[in-house]
Design a protein around this ligand. Structure first.
Ligand code: ASP
Length: 408
């Protein structure tokens, strides 16, 4: 996308976010009328995900040239994911222990029924979800992780079979290019889509006044989560500058994707834009195609931070004093819950059961968070996408070293 267009589009998206918020606030339920426009945009993005993710991962891994590099790249990527997710949970635990948002919260009739409908996930479910017994079924449910794993394996195999593998790799390269082209076309619809998504969601919440009343009920919880997310975002910027050696230009390039994450509350739906923006920011394609698809489903810094904050908020609200040992368990399970959460709206709320169960907190506590979750979800999704972008920048920085080591 030409630079001039990119800047214009960014300005349009910023205006869309503000206008969506204002109109949803003022006109309330009337704005539900534009919901379909948001859905149209979201469906368009989702339409791209499957072919894009398979083509990007296969061509990304194949372009490493030497399969030995996959180990090094995998280690850096997974190391980055775990380190930043751990950091996020830590920040969450610190802010929630300092601010203590749950103390004194009135326990109303918690909406346990609403929650029960959302289902439960256990630790073994997360491990089982890595390998799909039926790829078509996974694709039909946009279950991305097993597809990514399969694509990595397929690509690794293709690079070891010589000439017969080449046309297949060329096919996926072409498919990837075409998908990225489609993404640039779809981007022009982002302002309209984001406006509609924000305005209609606020409208569903009953408009500004109704939403404000709900916010106030758990106001300190919202402040805690937003403070934690703010601190983590700043730390990621430090990592970007110190480790990846990139500056504010990178943030500006990524803003279109970040605002889309805010509008859609879905890392998966934002994935095509995240890849496009990272490409335009000048990141190596191998970093973009490897880190971002994988990161969009497993690296969720914002979700991890949120899970820790929310679990402790519930403990505080119920007057349960958690020992240090219990907080360590929260640290581990919140990390796992974030890895297991899908990149779809409010997925973090479902995997939170893992955290609450592990330390014996009442599951009904989730009822306290339901009303404002859609709102906080947008912020944590934005941080999730930001974490992936910084991860790709970090890997980009290490690629020359990896090349030297594997080709001495
Ligand atoms: N909505 C988030 C995402 O797509 C997941 C969550 O609920 O925390 O990244």
């Amino acid at each position: 996308m030409p630079h001039k267009h990119a800047i214009g589009l960014l300005a349009a998206i910023v205006i869309a976010v503000i206008a969506g918020g204002l109109m949803g606030w003022v006109y309330g339920p009337a704005m539900v009328a534009v919901e379909w426009l948001g859905k149209l945009f979201l469906n368009g993005l989702k339409m791209l995900i499957l072919p894009l993710i398979v083509a990007a991962v296969v061509s990304g891994v194949a372009s490493l040239g030497d399969i030995r590099k996959l180990g090094r790249i995998g280690a850096i990527t997974v190391g980055y994911f775990l380190a930043t997710t751990g950091l996020a949970v830590m920040i969450g635990l610190i802010v929630v222990n300092l601010i203590k948002p749950g103390v004194g919260v009135v326990l109303g009739a918690a909406a346990a029924d609403t929650f029960a409908a959302k289902g439960e996930v256990g630790v073994s479910d997360i491990l089982l979800s890595l390998v799909s017994p039926n790829l078509v079924d996974s694709a039909a449910r946009t279950d991305l992780l097993p597809l990514i794993l399969f694509s990595i394996l397929l690509s690794a195999a293709l690079t070891t079979i010589g000439k017969v593998g080449e046309p297949v790799i060329a096919f996926f390269n072409g498919l990837n290019e075409a998908m990225m082209k489609l993404v640039t076309w779809f981007m022009y619809f982002a302002p309209m889509g984001i406006f509609a998504l924000i305005a209609s969601r606020l409208g569903r919440a009953g408009g500004g006044d109704a939403f404000f009343a709900e916010l106030q009920a758990v106001g300190l919880h919202v402040v805690t989560v937003l403070t934690g997310l703010g601190i983590h975002t700043a730390l990621l910027i430090v990592i970007l500058m110190v480790v990846a050696r990139r500056g504010f230009g990178f943030i500006r390039e990524m803003l279109r994707a970040l605002l889309t994450a805010f509008g859609t509350a879905s890392s998966s739906a934002t994935l095509p834009l995240t890849m496009e923006c990272a490409t335009e920011a000048g990141l190596d394609q191998r970093a973009v195609r490897f880190v971002i698809p994988l990161g969009s489903t497993v690296n969720m810094n914002g979700t991890a931070l949120y899970e820790a904050c929310a679990a402790l908020f519930i403990a505080q609200a119920y007057g349960i004093d958690l020992s240090l040992g219990a907080q360590v368990i929260i640290f581990l399970t919140a990390t796992l819950a974030a890895i297991g959460a899908a990149g779809i709206p409010e997925a973090g709320l479902v995997t939170m059961v893992i955290v609450l169960k592990a330390v014996g907190l009442p599951l009904e506590g989730i009822g306290l968070l339901l009303a404002v979750d859609w709102f906080l979800d947008r912020f944590r999704t934005t941080v999730n996408v930001w974490g992936d972008a910084v991860g790709a920048a970090v890997l980009h920085r290490f690629l020359p070293d990896i090349n030297r080591e594997t080709h001495p």
